[in-house]
Ligand binder design. Structure first.
Ligand code: OOG
Ligand code: MG
Length: 259
């Protein structure tokens, strides 16, 4: 696919995200969009945000858990970019204005203490981590009815919308392999899972992210945030909700939803 066409697709996904308007799946009309090109669309769409003074602050993994793969009907881990515009302070308020149909999911996040590149083992990946957080990701697919193929969701920056981190704690002796994770959404919906749902261990998700980035000559940098992926299926939010996540052994995190 030529650069001009990729630019056009990037403009479409960027405009949908910026305006909160839905988009028909790109693959419905673009026959020659493959996964590798979808990552290029994602990168070009990020460049548009950077041109509007958004700043890259980290990366996210998606579809790392069976619950998510099953919910979305898509079966491979994917990654997206996080910008400063997506940061929601802990205890803060998410406004639904300008969003399409947001959902929340409970996650574990890392703050990188050093750069991470190449194809690290999970142990090597963890050695590059400065602190660990419980986290809530707000995803908001720009596609109609929150339905997409793997290629479409990658082009749409893996539905990234907002995220909230708890205070960070050093990893120390904490084993992230099997921590209970629970989420409450407005007292209406609860989800409970285990950190083992995240590619068996969140460190494997981090290592996999580095390896996927390496295939495109990218890596992670000290200070960046990494969302390791949801441990349970995602839940719709509504105005008035208080959304909270608890990860065993980590500080809690919550935020509020307004119209
Ligand atoms: C894609 C993003 C999935 C996760 O943690 O699994 C994701 C989506 O479900 O819209 O962020
Ligand atoms: Mg997520």
């Amino acid at each position: 696919m030529n650069t001009l066409r990729i630019e056009e697709l990037a403009e479409q996904v960027d405009a949908a995200a910026a305006s909160g308007q839905t988009l028909t799946m790109l693959t419905a009309s673009v026959a020659d969009l493959d996964l590798d090109t979808a990552y290029t669309v994602q990168r070009y769409s990020m460049k548009r945000r950077f041109d509007r003074n958004e700043r890259l602050v980290g990366m996210k993994m998606g579809l790392t858990s069976f619950a998510k793969m099953q919910q979305m009907g898509v079966h491979d881990p994917i990654y997206g970019h996080l910008t400063d515009r997506m940061i929601l302070p802990a205890g803060g308020v998410l406004s639904l204005t300008g969003l399409v149909h947001p959902r929340v999911e409970p996650e574990i996040a890392f703050t990188m203490g050093s750069n991470l590149s190449g194809q690290p083992t999970p142990e090597e990946a963890l050695a590059a981590v400065a602190s660990v957080h419980s986290a809530i990701e707000v995803i908001d697919s720009r596609y109609t009815d929150f339905k997409f193929t793997l290629i479409d969701v990658v082009a749409d920056n893996t539905s990234a919308c907002r995220y909230v981190l708890s205070e960070g704690v050093p990893l120390g002796d904490l084993d992230l392999g099997d921590l209970t994770i629970s989420m409450d959404v407005g007292g209406r919906e609860q989800r409970t899972g285990s950190s083992s749902a995240i590619l068996d261990h969140p460190a494997k998700s981090l290592a996999r992210l580095a390896t996927m980035l390496d295939a495109r000559n990218q890596g992670l940098e000290a200070g960046q945030t990494v969302l390791a992926g949801a441990a349970t299926a995602a839940v719709h939010v509504a105005a008035g909700d208080r959304v909270s996540v608890q990860v065993e052994g980590l500080p809690d995190v919550h935020f509020f939803v307004s119209e």
